[in-house]
Design a binder for this molecule. Structure first.
Ligand code: LER
Ligand code: MN
Length: 270
């Protein structure tokens, strides 16, 4: 099993970005704990020196399996489904601007809350919103395709968005988009809220799962809650999944302790 953990390259409000702050120190800590990779949360590629980032990541022999984009929503309010067309255009251009960095690391671009929430801007028709979402995903997938970059759409629980909560809704959406380089990111924290059976949903979306987030039921490190990681990881690998299992959980009791407990728990399961 290849394990990574989420690290934000700049300050962020998002609670489950496990590591934030000093980039070099955090990369050293993550590598020393035994992680194979680091998932980078990047609000805007313009704010990042990719030469420096690549130097640090390689220095610690880490892989970057995926790049998270959600802070552009969390910190700037960009979304694929905003009622304002200039905001929608800015969200699409922001995702496209991730393509060179993602290509450099051979990383997947994550589309989480950047799709929008609908709840924030009421008065917009749901069918219209889904059309905007499909068109945005088509444009971003097409822009990423020549660089060999893949995108992953993440179903997110109902308390964070009204758009695409379950794995089945995620599958339906990516099939509607119809791009081979667009798949799903499943997250055990959201699945515990939305899926009748986490294992059944993994089986039903198997083959289209590009990336996988782990947190326990309380969004602490795996092992801190009631999820059965042995069963769900076994099911995930039975689908032929060969990507990373990426820790995205709250830095509780602190980031380093959570990361250490997670790796101990997950390595013992597989
Ligand atoms: C991001 O990967 C995620 O899981 C969401 O909860 C973002 O709010
Ligand atoms: Mn997630």
């Amino acid at each position: 099993m290849k394990l990574s953990i989420v690290l934000s390259t700049q300050p962020a409000q998002f609670q489950a970005a496990t590591f934030k702050g000093d980039l070099a120190a955090n990369l050293a800590r993550i590598a020393a704990l035994g992680y194979d990779g680091v998932e980078l949360a990047i609000r805007d590629p313009k704010l990042v020196s990719f030469d420096e980032l690549e130097r640090l990541v390689r220095q610690h022999n880490l892989i970057v399996p995926a790049i998270g984009t959600g802070q552009a929503w969390g910190e700037e309010g960009l979304s694929f489904t905003d009622a304002d067309p200039t905001v929608r255009r800015a969200a699409i251009e922001r995702v496209k601007s991730h393509v060179p960095g993602a290509a450099r690391f051979n990383a997947i671009i994550i589309i989480g809350l950047l799709r929008g929430t609908l709840r924030v801007k009421p008065g917009v028709d749901h069918a219209q919103v889904m059309t905007w979402l499909v068109e945005a995903l088509q444009e971003c997938s097409a822009a990423a395709q020549p660089a060999g970059v893949r995108l992953a759409l993440e179903p997110i629980n109902r308390y964070e968005t009204t758009l695409v909560n379950s794995a089945a809704q995620g599958l339906e959406l990516i099939e509607r988009v119809g791009a081979g380089n667009l798949g799903l990111l499943l997250d055990t924290f959201h699945m515990n809220i939305e899926e009748p059976s986490i294992e059944d949903s993994i089986r039903q979306t198997g083959g289209r799962i590009f990336h996988f987030h782990v947190a326990d039921s309380n969004r602490w490190y795996p092992g801190a809650g009631h999820l059965d990681f042995r069963a769900l990881l076994q099911t995930l690998f039975e689908t032929g999944y060969a990507g990373f299992v990426s820790g995205e959980f709250m830095p509780m009791p602190d980031a380093a302790t959570g990361a250490q407990k997670a790796i101990e728990h997950l390595r013992a399961k597989k």
